[in-house]
Write a protein that binds this ligand. Sequence first.
Ligand code: ATP
Ligand code: MG
Length: 452
Amino acid sequence: MRLSRYFLPVLKETPAEAQIVSHRYMLRAGMIKQASAGIYSWLPLGLRVLKKIEAIVHEEQIRAGHIPLLMPTMQSADLWRESGRYDDYGEEMLRITDRHNRDMLFGPTNEEQITDIFRSHVGSYKDLPLTLYQIQWKFRDEIRPRFGVMRGREFYMKDGYNFDIDRDAAIHAYNRHMVAYLRTYERMGLKAIPMRADSGPIGGDDTHEFLVLADTGESEVFYDSAITDLSFGDRQVDFDSRAECEAIVQEWTTPYARTDETHDPALFDQIPEARRKSSRGIEVGQIFYFGTKYSEAMGANVTTPDGAKVPVHMGSHGIGVSRLLGAIIEASHDDRGIIWPEGVTPFHVGIVNLKQGDDEADAACEALYRQITAMGLDPLYDDRNERAGAKFATMDLIGLPWRITVGPRGLKNGVVELTSRRTGVSEELPPEQALSRLQEIFEGHRLGRGIF
Ligand code: ATP
Ligand code: MG
């Protein structure tokens, strides 16, 4: 993309309404615009990151054997009356009446809708295990929407639902989700810690939340610092293996890590003092096993091998896709702007032309632009007639992890400058070497074919 032809409405002033850094930078970098309280338009730069996060979530779900579908945002109240949640859910549910006076709602979550799909089409143990998921907009009429996309009213969520013959099989699905989530967050450059949590209005016994440590988080968390040393890396996992998934879950849930809702001071005090940490955290996902709560209420039964009919065991599993943009920025920024991790960056590399209009500099930038594109990477070329300082400030604010700076002086010596946004370190390299460096850097961060 050439910046002169792009739509990047960068703000000079810091918007007064933004209280936390991610909200400020998302507004200043022209990623989002508030439409009304807690509801945002996604401007082109914001949309690029949202779609990358979405793509990573899809890839990791599909890798775990889960199947994507798409359900509508508008739901009939009747299904929610069957589960009893129409009256229980409270004011966070946006209730709407259509022209025929039918009660509808904008879905805050989809347990009822997916259970209805399941009971209409599946009746036998032979069709299990089954995990269906979607990435779809949700609406919760939050009493105090704030912090930009972190606590919106309309927000984008991955919600997945597993259907299994018994508790053991459903616990395997739970474990599989935890493994897939650990991989997902790590690909986004995040450390998200699974913490034993409280189940809230979804209901159920087993549940973990995934929290990103950040001062601006809304949850208070307590953990053994040993857990922050764990990393998933590139280990291969057989998602069909109960033992393998369980071992990974064990590894990640053995060190103490809890939110204030489940915190147990006596247990916490048994950790050596130097490793006892408390801080704030941002919830970026949650997994639940809730057994037969919905299947019993809504008659979602399957026949077992010996012919009995039993309610199917279920769980639901969410990732806050739009909230993740805020969480990533909270975890990765400096006082000049965002620093995108390679896995989610809206463009892979910025090209800054120090002397627009200089024949040689223009030609070198054009050549780099073509070559980077041919490598399957997305460059953002700042081809505006601006001073170098302004171009650098824009690149720093929007947070591209790598920048190539091209100017007449370097070109005389046959070099361009490759700069890391994270470390600030610059290297002078011949253009071909800068390109092969980029190739290496992004090798492990390529997205696949998408969901089809
Ligand atoms: P919270 O406690 O933050 O209100 P929740 O526990 O009610 O969230 P879940 O039902 O667990 O939310 O939804 C799954 C994920 O969706 C959450 O982990 C979070 O990342 C995201 N999410 C929930 N509510 C919002 C919101 N209002 N705005 C943006 N993302 C949200
Ligand atoms: Mg939650």
